[in-house]
Design a binder for this molecule. Structure first.
Ligand SMILES: [Zn+2]
Ligand SMILES: [Zn+2]
Length: 392
């Protein structure tokens, strides 16, 4: 009984922390400090401050079920210097990316933790959807090697190009040439702290994760004294503890308890325990990791949100970790500076237009010509006359 009451209390504390009144993130059970600052973030209404890091959870779920409320893993990171980074681009996440109405010419870098569909399933949707929406330069996909070449990121990208050859060819001459390019940057999955990206004062390093096969990694982004750590799917691993220590914003998977998984998916105890605790990280492991890492904010994701599962997870985490904590929901947003971490929720229409494109996009070189054969041309119905084509 006491345990249940305690769990309800903790859940309430976390829910209160995540409520509209939450402003400063000090602790999950910290006093609330209602201010006049709105807790909602509206697309295209504010500019980042020069020292601000802005993070949005675009997908916090798994490969199944992908729902209106929860897409698969994807994280949007925008910096005050104008850079935008995507960490993972899991299935369904493009819907939430569009909800932000970002400037797509800046959304040109994806850092994939591994090649499961719930982490890269929308790569093609970003490649083509972003190109149609303002990107006039290539899309860069950074990701790990595998145990053999065909299991690495470069092979994944080559496969996408083959699979979508018709799509890309069909946009030739209509969209900017360079925007149709997809460029893989594969690095050794074994590197521990190796630099994957370094530009404009931003450094991104990678380190290995323990998940199913060789080739799952985590990333750390450092910029202007702020640090963001993104854990790829993994059982608790030594590299994460080392590399994430003391970072500001630390994301790690927070998977079901074995019991929760058995109940939710109807699995047997052995399978549920293996998946939850040997290739993923259950709440007890997540809590231990965060107790060791001591971030300014610990962020859990990669579980289907259900009140009773939340309660089970929070109870387990709180046995070993009492620091700042949030279980992320899709479209939660955080403004991070040296002084504060402010949590809000993206408020966006269910149906949005693509954001406006730039002059540079309009003027970017377009060559080639997509056309069909005489056979298809002869199939045009004589009973319909299209409007005359304007000169420009
Ligand atoms: Zn996953
Ligand atoms: Zn995975």
């Amino acid at each position: 009984m006491y345990r249940t009451l305690r769990a309800i209390g903790l859940l309430c504390a976390v829910l209160a922390f995540m409520s509209d009144d939450a402003d400063f993130v000090k602790d999950a059970v910290a006093e609330q400090s209602p201010t006049e600052t709105p807790s909602a973030w509206y697309p295209r209404t504010e500019k980042l401050r020069p020292n601000e890091m802005f993070v949005v959870a675009l997908g916090t779920g798994m490969p199944t079920p992908i729902t209106r409320g929860q897409k698969s893993s994807a994280w949007y990171v925008e910096l005050g210097n104008g850079d935008i980074f995507m960490f993972d681009v899991g299935s369904g996440s493009m819907e939430n990316l569009f909800a932000l109405r970002p400037e797509f010419h800046r959304v040109d870098k994806v850092f994939a933790s591994h090649l499961h569909t719930d982490h890269v399933g929308d790569a093609a949707a970003l490649w083509v959807g972003g190109w149609l929406s303002g990107r006039y330069t290539p899309l860069h996909i950074y990701g790990p090697s595998g145990s053999k070449p065909e299991l690495g990121t470069a092979a994944f990208v080559e496969g996408l190009k083959k699979a979508y050859a018709w799509d890309i060819a069909g946009r030739s001459g209509i969209l900017p040439d360079a925007g149709g390019q997809l460029i893989a940057h594969e690095f050794d999955f074994k590197q521990d702290g190796g630099v994957v990206y370094e530009k404009n004062g931003v450094k991104i390093t990678s380190f290995p994760a323990v998940h199913v096969l060789d080739g799952s990694v985590s990333y750390r982004l450092d910029w202007k004294g702020l640090s963001f750590v993104f854990g790829g799917d993994s059982a608790p691993n030594k590299w994460f503890i080392e590399r994430a220590k003391g970072a500001d914003f630390v994301i790690h998977e927070l998977f079901y308890t074995p019991e929760g998984l058995a109940k939710t998916l109807g699995w047997e105890a052995r399978q549920a325990t293996f998946v939850s605790s040997y290739i993923h990280t259950p709440p007890s492991g997540f809590g231990k990791i965060m107790a060791e890492v001591k971030p300014r904010l610990a962020v859990g994701y990669h579980t289907i949100r259900q009140p009773e599962l939340d309660m089970m997870m929070i109870e387990e985490v709180r046995k070993v970790y009492d620091g700042p904590l949030v279980i992320a929901n899709d479209l939660m947003a955080w403004s991070i500076t040296k002084d504060q971490i402010k949590q809000r929720e993206v408020v966006s229409s269910e149906r949005v237009q693509a954001p406006p494109t730039t002059q540079a996009y309009k003027e970017a070189k377009r060559s080639g010509e997509a056309k069909y054969s005489e056979f298809i041309n002869n199939g045009k119905w004589k009973g319909y006359t299209p409007p005359p084509l304007p000169e420009k």
